[in-house]
Ligand binder design. Structure first.
Ligand SMILES: C[S@@+](CC[C@H](N)C(=O)[O-])C[C@H]1O[C@@H](n2cnc3c(N)ncnc32)[C@H](O)[C@@H]1O
Length: 256
């Protein structure tokens, strides 16, 4: 296993709490459902969810009758996934070395994962290896430079967003999906962008994570970070938090 190290990586339990909060929001549920449609997931098809986290998509694909497996290099994620969905098949592995034979799956899915990858082209070569001819791939993710956040200090907000993006291995992977898929030899490549609008407190931990990341990188002093976080908390409490987040959804077909 070749799990990359990342000093800026969020602790897994915090990430799980954030994903759980986001997962239940209406727009997020719809995006997952769209991904299953784009994969043409149906009874009898096989699917791998790469970077599956706690496994919700694997369970939902199984509900549609697909034979789905979930793969993630994080042992804690896989332990939680196995606890939540004991009937499902989860493996500890990463996107560069999938535990699957050549041309053995119909569908490949990776949701909010490619920003974690230093070598997205190598991951897509691995996707090509495991996908059957004519198999489908769907990538979903946000562009980490493109968080639209209302704030009384837009310059500081821009610094926070960009400093956090600079800590990621692939902050702009999502805007590259089309070119990466074409370069990897996929056909029928399409990209849609669906912007989620979040006004409730559910996304507050995401905003706090951006600010704490920017602080830990040295881009924003502790005091300014705390003020910015306090203002966002106050906005959430007063129903004045506003976050718009464009989510990129790319779909393509493996050569027949
Ligand atoms: C933001 S979470 C998304 C989890 C899940 N796909 C979801 O939508 O809830 C990113 C996931 O990518 C996983 N990940 C990180 N590096 C990876 C790699 N090299 N290969 C596969 N997955 C990876 C992380 O462990 C984590 O579970």
């Amino acid at each position: 296993m070749t799990k990359e190290t990342d000093h800026a990586r969020q602790p897994t339990d915090e990430l799980i709490a954030l994903l759980d909060a986001a997962d239940t929001l209406p727009g997020v549920r719809e995006l997952r459902a769209m991904s299953y449609e784009l994969l043409h997931a149906e009874p009898g098809t096989s699917a791998v969810d790469v970077g599956c986290g706690t496994g919700r998509a694997v369970a939902e694909l199984a509900e549609r009758g697909a034979n789905a497996i979930g793969v993630d290099p994080d042992e804690q994620m896989i332990a939680v996934a196995r606890g939540r969905w004991p009937e499902a098949d989860f493996r500890i592995a990463d996107a560069y070395a999938l535990p699957l034979a050549d041309a053995s799956v119909d569908d490949y899915r990776a949701d909010k994962v490619f920003h974690e990858l230093a070598e997205p082209a190598r991951a897509l070569a691995e996707a090509r290896r495991v996908l059957a001819p004519g198999g489908r791939i769907v990538l979903i993710g946000q562009d980490w430079d493109t968080y639209v956040i209302d704030s009384s200090d837009p310059a500081l907000t821009r610094t926070i967003v960009h400093a956090r993006a600079d800590q990621m291995r692939g902050p702009r992977a999502a805007r590259r999906y089309r070119n990466l898929l074409l370069d990897a030899g996929f056909h029928e490549v399409g990209v849609e962008v669906h912007t989620g609008v979040f006004t409730g407190p559910a996304m507050l931990p995401l905003l706090v994570g951006l600010a704490e990341g920017a602080c830990s990188s040295g881009a924003v002093p502790r005091e300014q970070t705390d003020v910015w976080i306090a203002q966002q908390r106050a906005r959430a409490a007063a129903d004045r938090l506003f976050l718009a987040l464009p989510m990129f959804v790319a779909a393509a077909t493996a050569p027949r």
